[in-house]
Design a protein. Structure first.
Ligand code: SF4
Ligand code: ZN
Length: 496
């Protein structure tokens, strides 16, 4: 069954789309129903969209900055940062981060001189940390290998800059350098699929290729950056996933999805009134795939039309892969002494998921519960050299966090040290206060883990097993810890 796109995604980019390199040009082979075959139609589509954009565009900090910046490298940098931040993230969220970023690193050379830790810290809460890391790698590359100049064309941007795919490259090249190159992101995909009634899977290579060709054909040669932003703005504010504002749409007159809705409504009314349908079909253009009898851009014949969805029958929602299940055992190791105590954090490797971020010590959850506890204890001993009262390791519950492609479950334990451990933690580990923890570049999942430790519901966690003894299981260890005696802590729940 065809599903509509999720609501709420209208103001965010969906990241880089798969992008077979078809090169510029006009779409070919497809039925005229899915094309702009007439040059006049293309011209008036551009004019309608741009004049609406000039009236209705949102005042956004990156637009202001790019419009007022005369230096091409600084202009491209300001677009680059915004485009990377907007991937997978709402405009409202990005605005504050963008402003803070530009205050801290107003030019490429400033970012190139920053540490990864500083970048992660500013990025904290924005998610998908690898985006910030790649941005900084790119800045260093431009400064060290490209003479301080950002590549001027989409091809070279994509080829030379880490984390810059076909969409981002086209956006930077058209907005900052005026290159006449079309772009396709999630918003443009939705607009084009509706305007040209494309109902096949938008993630398929054939549809992707067709969308890029359409975007290249439509982009305005005189104002390519504005045209691309206008198409994205339309998708974000008018042609939204659900509840599109068709009556206010500047390109309604070009929209095949709108025509299809009108036709379906007319047919439904006739049925309701019991009128014969034959010979009374509306004069609405339809796809004529020719001799093969099936069109690769139309919805599959098995997909019914959903009257309640209207134009949101387009685009077709691709089937999502179930996220991979992953489990880890994690320990909140707290050292008492100050008001809130201090917590042990260890740094993740510099590559892979959440690279370089700080987190509570953890190990993969493999084997039985007893095996997992032993593995956790062994890991703790590598980080803290002084003796640990491991018998007081308490099971607290589970926290679930969804990354883009992983459903991560943390099995959470807590361990409280009454005395200061001897010696400093090893390199790659450090004790932090609660305030430092909140300010540090720690993944959101670790904040949920701390909430569980402190007895506050995280919203996604669950205390799924353990005894009913309030001192030894379930949330609340952190809150109750001061009421417990040392002997209570040393009372074992089960030996590690
Ligand atoms: Fe989208 Fe409606 Fe405009 Fe068509 S008329 S492009 S469906 S908002
Ligand atoms: Zn078709």
């Amino acid at each position: 069954m065809r599903k509509p796109q999720k609501a709420g995604g209208g103001s965010q980019r969906r990241g880089e789309q798969p992008s077979p390199d078809t090169g510029p040009g006009t779409p070919s082979q497809a039925s005229p129903y899915h094309l702009f075959s007439d040059a006049d139609e293309v011209t008036s589509f551009r004019a309608s969209l741009l004049s609406w954009y000039d009236r209705a565009k949102r005042d956004l900090p990156w637009r202001r900055r790019a419009a007022g910046e005369l230096d091409p490298d600084r202009r491209a940098y300001s677009v680059w940062v915004s485009e990377i931040m907007l991937q997978q993230t709402q405009v409202a969220t990005v605005t504050g981060y963008y402003t803070r970023w530009m205050q801290k690193w107003p030019a490429l050379q400033d970012l190139a001189g920053a540490s990864l830790e500083e970048v992660n810290q500013l990025w904290a809460g924005l998610g998908y940390y690898s985006r910030g890391r790649r941005l900084q790698e790119g800045a260093r590359k431009v400064m060290e290998e490209l003479g301080g100049h950002i590549p001027r064309t989409a091809d070279m941007l994509q080829k030379l800059l880490p984390g810059v795919g076909r969409y981002t490259a086209g956006a930077i090249a058209s907005i900052a350098f005026g290159q006449v190159t079309g772009v396709v992101d999630g918003n443009v995909t939705r607009v084009l699929c509706r305007v040209r009634a494309i109902g096949a899977d938008p993630g398929s290579p054939l549809v992707t290729q067709h969308l890029w060709s359409l975007a290249q054909q439509l982009v305005d040669p005189a104002r390519p950056g504005d045209f691309n932003q206008a198409a994205m703005e339309l998708g974000a504010t008018v042609c939204t996933p659900r509840g599109p504002l068709c009556p206010k749409c500047p390109v309604r007159g070009f929209c095949q999805a709108q025509k299809r809705v009108e036709k379906e409504q007319a047919v439904a009314s006739r049925r309701l009134l019991g009128s014969p349908e034959q010979g009374q079909t509306l004069d609405v253009e339809e796809c004529a795939p020719g001799r093969t009898g099936s069109c690769p851009l139309c919805p599959p014949p098995s997909e019914p039309w959903h009257q309640d969805l209207g134009v949101a029958n387009f685009p077709r929602q691709p089937a999502r892969k179930a996220p991979r299940e992953q489990r880890a055992v994690v320990c909140v190791l707290q050292q008492l002494g100050s008001e809130t105590g201090r917590f042990l954090l260890v740094q993740r490797p510099s590559s892979g998921l959440l690279a370089g971020l700080w987190e509570f010590p953890s190990v993969p959850a493999e084997g039985t519960e007893s095996v997992q506890r032993q593995a956790l204890v062994k890991a703790l001993r590598t980080w803290v050299s002084s003796p640990l009262p491991l018998r007081s390791l308490r099971y607290l519950g589970e926290v679930v966090h969804i990354f883009s492609h992983i459903r991560q479950t943390y099995v959470v334990y807590g361990l409280v040290l009454e005395e200061q451990p001897q010696g400093l933690p090893l390199s790659g580990a450090r004790w932090v206060s609660r305030a430092e923890f909140q300010a540090a570049a720690v993944p959101t999942a670790m904040k949920k883990v701390l909430q569980l430790f402190e007895g506050r519901p995280s919203g996604l966690g669950k205390a799924s097993k353990g005894s009913q003894d309030p001192a030894t299981s379930g949330p609340g260890l952190g809150r109750r810890r001061r009421q417990l005696t040392l002997s209570a802590f040393l009372k074992p729940t089960s030996a590690p």
